[in-house]
Ligand binder design. Structure first.
Ligand code: NDP
Length: 296
């Protein structure tokens, strides 16, 4: 009988993020010496969405920790698209702002694509502008989208071999799945994978995920990936983040990912925890992009 359990190791985004943030903090001081000001990130938050407030709060806090300046611009939920575009235009023109993000999702009456397109690509530290996505496609310098780049940094930090491996990406969103598939297929490290990208129309998904040496999951469905969908010894990266009801917790909920961690982890060589895996790396990646913006 073959052994179906292994001792998995954690792709720990807190540990990796801490190491990278220490480097970023040193570089921020160099920027200060060179030009007299630290890198400056502005976050625009429209409305009162609870999850968005938490995400933006963690981004602002991370800036403080590495010695960046950060500004949070709050606008009410009934802000019009024209008013928001005006804010974007002001930030584009403000030489004291190195980079900025407009936290998504935006209220339904605002066209997210129009807002993303209005951001000056040189200040687009989320890496969502088509120009930055196109540069990524072509392997040209630019800002990489925060979550996929955070995953790349995590794989690098833990020296995960990628060359020649089969990487299966579940989910094809513009901000996670699609750019992730491109980064993993690049002719560099981490990269040089044979990549399969899957989505809601994929037939017999388990037969494909079971082929993955590296499985990256970003679908937005709590506990979707179960043990029978994962190969023994795989590296599993879980992008999903969900509040799951848990009466045993004081808060009444716990955070969980797209992967059923308890049953999948024993089959893995490496796996990201949720929380503490991809989430902190997304924020670290934003800091890396802001530093880059301040240095160019
Ligand atoms: P989207 O909803 O934009 O995309 C989900 C993708 O999953 C789509 O491509 C969809 O396919 C695919 N999908 C849905 N159901 C299935 C299924 N049954 N089988 C196969 N594929 C399926 O999500 P995002 O990429 O924006 O986010 C995914 C998750 O990651 C969410 O939980 C989000 O909260 C989280 N997230 C976490 C971040 C972090 O920093 N930790 C950052 C960003 C996101 P189709 O295209 O066919 O509809």
């Amino acid at each position: 009988m073959s052994d179906t359990t292994s001792t998995y190791r954690s792709l720990n985004g807190i540990e990796c993020g801490k190491a990278l943030r220490a480097q970023i903090a040193r570089r921020a001081q160099e920027v200060l010496k060179e030009r007299g000001t630290v890198p400056h990130l502005v976050a625009v938050l429209v409305g009162e969405d609870a999850a968005s407030q938490t995400y933006v709060g963690s981004k602002v806090k991370a800036c403080e920790e590495v010695g960046f300046r950060s500004t949070l611009l709050r606008r009410p939920a009934d802000t019009t698209e024209a008013e928001l575009l005006e804010v974007v235009a002001e930030l584009n023109a403000d030489a004291a702002v190195d980079g900025f993000i407009v936290q998504l999702p935006l209220p339904k009456h605002i066209d997210e694509e129009r807002v993303t397109l209005a951001i000056n690509p040189t200040k687009d530290v989320d890496g969502f502008h088509p120009q930055n996505l196109g540069r990524m496609m072509l392997g040209l310098p630019g800002y990489l989208p925060a979550t996929p780049n955070g995953i790349v940094e995590l794989l690098k930090f833990y020296d995960i071999p990628t060359e020649g491996r089969h990487c299966v990406v579940v989910g094809r969103s513009n901000i996670v799945g699609t750019p992730m598939s491109i980064l993993m297929s690049r002719n560099t490290y981490p990269g040089n994978c044979t990549v399969t990208i899957t989505h809601s129309r994929t037939k017999d998904l388990p037969s494909i995920t079971r082929q993955a040496d590296i499985l990256i999951v970003a679908i937005g469905k709590a506990g979707f990936i179960t043990a029978d969908m994962v190969k023994q010894g795989a590296v599993v990266v879980d992008v999903g983040i969900h509040r799951v009801e848990d009466a045993s917790r004081k808060s009444g909920y716990r955070l969980s990912g797209d992967v059923n961690f308890d049953e999948v982890a024993p089959k893995c060589a490496w796996i990201t925890p949720v929380p503490g895996g991809v989430g902190p790396m997304t924020v670290t990646s934003l800091l890396l992009n802001t530093l880059k913006a301040a240095q160019t």
